[in-house]
Design a protein around this ligand. Structure first.
Ligand code: 5MM
Length: 336
């Protein structure tokens, strides 16, 4: 077992998953605006530290994806955030892409940037304590998209990123997110997601990335949010497992889904069903942002000093996700 494979397994084994707390300042400001909290560096670390110091972190969160601002902040005990996480047995990770920009030559599609100086930035993050990283490519579905150009250029960027990350002895999370926006069918989501993931692995292999030291962070297979033909959670789970079984090389140790705008309960229920139908060797867990934090953020915004109450809500959500990652969740467990 390589060191990178060990890190990937430590993050995802035993029903643990990932907390995606890597919202850029712009996204965090939108989240705070929605609950009427001022988005300042102090408030951002206060909310995040409230989650990071909860009981549930030790039991259910194997890794936290941080944002550049957060990895350099200190906890109120004076410890660095990575040290605080390492102490409770959770791996600190870092988002290293610099965002999705307009892809030249495309019909309004995006290419994720951040390769410039990446090798040096990775050295710095590794010194700060990061054990893994994240890079997200985004794809829309409509009659012309995602185009071959967007599929191929994002896969190329993801592979170059992943190769550099492994060179720095960290585990790359490869996140190709096919968005839920639109009126496409679940079949179209299945076909496009399969094409996107296969292309990513073609490029990862070309760039000699060690697949045993990679975590894939994909979307689930869903109909577009504006589609009249929504599918059941059962169908989502079956199609998602089928897609990943056919598109992901067997060496990959783990898959950690994004929630992508699903409600907390839907993201939990779908993950649970995915694990019930999982006939692969992949660990199937979570790397949720909104589906782990939404209720906690709402509660916290009413009284930002009530750490205990906020943590109770976060711990419950994390426990439900962890049960779902083992196929042991059921709706009646939601009543606290
Ligand atoms: C947590 O949000 C992440 C960062 O987004 P921005 O760069 O736009 O601020 C995002 O990449 C996230 O990690 C994934 O999309 C998964 O989050 P969700 O909320 O979809 O589970």
């Amino acid at each position: 077992m390589t060191k990178l494979n060990q890190i990937a397994l430590k993050i995802l084994e035993n029903g643990k998953g990932i907390l995606a707390a890597d919202e850029s300042t712009g996204t965090m400001t939108k989240r705070f605006d929605s609950v009427k909290v001022k988005s300042t560096p102090e408030n951002r670390i206060l909310f995040r530290e409230t989650l990071f110091s909860s009981d549930g972190m030790k039991k259910y969160i194997g890794g936290v994806i941080l944002y550049d601002e957060t990895i350099k902040q200190k906890s109120n005990t004076g410890k660095s955030i990575p040290d605080m996480l390492l102490e409770i047995g959770s791996c600190p990770g870092i988002k290293v892409d610099t965002g999705a920009k307009q892809l030249a030559g495309s019909l309004n599609e995006k290419i994720t940037e951040g390769l410039d100086n990446l090798r040096d930035r990775l050295k710095e993050y590794s010194k700060l304590g990061a054990k893994f990283t994240k890079w997200r490519g985004v794809y829309n579905i409509n009659k012309d998209c995602p185009s071959k150009l967007s599929i191929s250029s994002n896969a190329h960027a993801l592979a170059r990123y992943a190769a550099l990350v492994q060179e720095s002895d960290m585990v790359p999370i490869v996140e190709p997110e096919v968005l839920m926006e639109g009126n496409h069918s679940a079949d179209e989501c299945f076909n496009k997601t399969s094409e996107v993931i296969k292309k990513c692995f073609d490029e990862l292999i070309l760039h000699k990335v060690d697949l045993t030291g990679v975590i894939l962070k994909p979307n689930m297979i869903l109909a577009g949010i504006n589609s009249k033909n929504q599918i059941s959670n059962d169908e989502t789970a079956r199609l998602t497992v089928k897609c990943l079984k056919e598109s992901v090389p067997s060496e990959v140790p783990g898959i950690a889904f994004l929630s992508g705008g699903q409600s907390e309960i839907q993201a939990t229920e779908n993950l649970n069903l995915i694990n019930k139908f999982n006939n692969t060797k992949f660990i199937m867990s979570y790397s949720y942002g909104r589906a782990l934090q939404q209720s906690a953020l709402k509660y916290w915004s009413k009284d930002t000093k009530d750490a205990e109450g906020t943590q109770k809500i976060f711990d419950h959500r994390a426990k439900m996700c962890s049960l779902a990652a083992q196929g042991k969740w059921s709706k009646n467990l939601e009543n606290i």
